[in-house]
Design a protein around this ligand. Structure first.
Ligand SMILES: *Cc1c(COP(=O)(O)O)cnc(C)c1O
Length: 483
């Protein structure tokens, strides 16, 4: 399978012409501005985003790699980190850095744990970390990159980490426990206080992934909603990840990784002093760091302040409550578990939930599909305020239509199996490409599903083994990332 090469245009092109072309290309993207797309985009409204863009542009060229060259960026980053720490119950010991996103924050937490363990147990050859199956794939990525073995434990029927299984999974090689606040799939906070006690009792590090919840849960709690303990107030918590480009409504490329103290954070840093190019030191994975993302995060946090974030959380939570209650009133679907904030998973025992997803897609909604159990996923944010009635009306019609259809038993049994990676990289229109890849592989005719992805999910479920699924997904990624 060859690609194509593309020469640079010989002569530079006209500015207006280029911008027109780019705007036209945008028309084919998901139209998140209409509040009909979930995940991928978190939008606090045009006033906030226009301001944040201005802040970003001011520092468009600056580079966070060298904080001595740009004291401005140094001030922004240290303040962003200190404000985030304060929000999450940190004391003066807690410190951290900004990263490009949740994945990098998690990579750094796992890398730090590995270095910490190497210092304490020099003879430990195969370190392990224990994490609930609901933990974000970034932990699997970190495990893969840094040679830490991931030991998965199941969640209970309420989707929270199973403590008994976690206790049993700990052994001499364990270095790190993981919990989510909340987990991405169902939006439910793990038993952080219990995990913290377990970590302390076993002298382990404990990372709380608050990538999605860090800028919601504190405000949700202050509004009077019940939120369990989840942050540095829990003694056993040794590190946290908090995305700013989600519910802090910062520009993309902004997250914070926090550590209990400077000694622990030291294991994250990297220095190389023998390079002919000079002495090199860097806190995180990347080298060059975009000044714009750092500046924009600082700007939006100051622009909104505690009151601004609380007001947004109030709106988002009342929209979430309307959605939750509305979903429960629709016969045939239900919300999974008891979510702590604004992430909802919709499942069904009666209709094929992926088919409901297809019906919703046909009505212009962009909703992720999840697995184990099969469900649809909503990340409700300010972009969805005022959209709940339209959503519920379409959901009601979609469910009714699916009820009228004879249900494919295979689909009904929840036999769908699609790797999380596929769900992440293969939404909507790409699905047909995957379908043809899968069908070629299985030697069946192209089913050409177009908008209808349920057939694809069924097809994936019947692939002989997970290894094949992995190949299909990687193959699709390969095709997607070449011309
Ligand atoms: C989004 C998310 C991540 C990963 O963050 P990216 O910014 O996409 O790299 C990790 N954990 C949770 C719980 C998340 O919601």
């Amino acid at each position: 399978m060859g690609g194509k090469t593309l020469p640079l245009p010989v002569r530079g092109r006209d500015r207006a012409d280029l911008l027109d072309e780019m705007r036209a290309l945008r028309d084919h993207d998901i139209q998140w501005e209409a509040g009909k797309a979930f995940s991928l985009v978190y939008h606090a409204g045009d006033e906030i985003s226009d301001f944040t863009k201005e802040a970003y542009t001011l520092f468009f060229s600056e580079n966070g790699l060298n904080p001595t060259a740009f004291p401005s960026l140094r001030r922004f980053e240290t303040e962003v980190v200190a404000m985030t720490s304060h929000l999450l119950g940190g004391d003066a010991q807690v410190c951290g850095n900004m990263t490009s996103g949740g994945t990098e924050s998690i990579l750094m937490a796992v890398k730090t744990a590995r270095e910490w363990a190497r210092k304490r147990h020099p003879r430990l050859s195969q370190p392990e970390m224990v994490l609930p199956v609901s933990a974000h794939p970034a932990f699997q990525k970190a495990a893969h990159y840094f040679g830490v073995k991931p030991v998965l434990v199941p969640v209970r029927s309420d989707f929270r980490a199973n403590m008994k299984a976690t206790r049993k999974a700990i052994n001499r090689r364990t270095i790190l426990l993981v919990g989510s606040a909340p987990s991405y799939p169902q939006g439910i906070v793990d038993p952080i206080a219990e995990l913290g006690r377990l970590a302390e009792a076993n002298h382990l590090l404990f990372h709380v992934d608050a990538c999605i919840g860090g800028f919601m849960l504190p405000f949700v709690r202050s509004l009077g909603y019940p939120v369990p303990e989840f942050d540095f107030q829990v003694p056993g918590v040794t590190s946290m990840s908090v995305d700013l480009h989600k519910y802090a409504y910062a520009a993309k490329g902004a997250s914070v990784v926090l550590f209990r103290n400077a000694q622990l954070r030291r294991h994250m840093f990297f220095a190389y002093t023998d390079w002919p190019g000079g002495i090199y030191v860097s806190p995180t994975m990347g080298g060059t760091r975009p000044g714009g993302a750092i500046a924009a995060a600082w700007a939006v946090m100051h622009k909104l302040g505690q009151e601004g974030y609380r007001e947004i959380a109030r709106e988002v939570m009342s929209t979430t409550t309307r959605l939750r209650e509305g979903i429960q009133r629709i016969d045939g679907v239900h919300v999974l578990g008891n979510p702590h904030m604004s992430i909802l998973a919709i499942g069904s025992d009666e209709v094929g939930i992926y088919e409901v997803g297809d019906e919703m897609s046909a009505r212009g909604w962009h909703i992720d599909r999840q697995q184990f159990p099969s469900c649809l996923h909503l990340t409700v944010n300010r972009a969805h305020v005022g959209k709940s009635d339209a959503f519920l009306a379409d959901l009601r019609v979609s469910v009714e239509r699916c009820k009228k259809r004879p249900v494919d038993r295979a689909l009904d049994k929840g036999k769908y199996a699609l790797a999380n990676a596929a769900v992440r990289v293969l939404p909507g229109r790409v699905v047909s490409k995957l379908t043809s890849a899968a069908s070629t592989m299985m030697g069946v005719e192209d089913v050409g599903t177009g908008e209808r992805s349920a057939a694809m999910y069924g097809l994936m479920a019947n692939l002989p083994n997970r290894g094949d699924l992995q190949e299909v997904v990687l193959d699709a990624l390969d095709r997607l990332t070449r011309l």
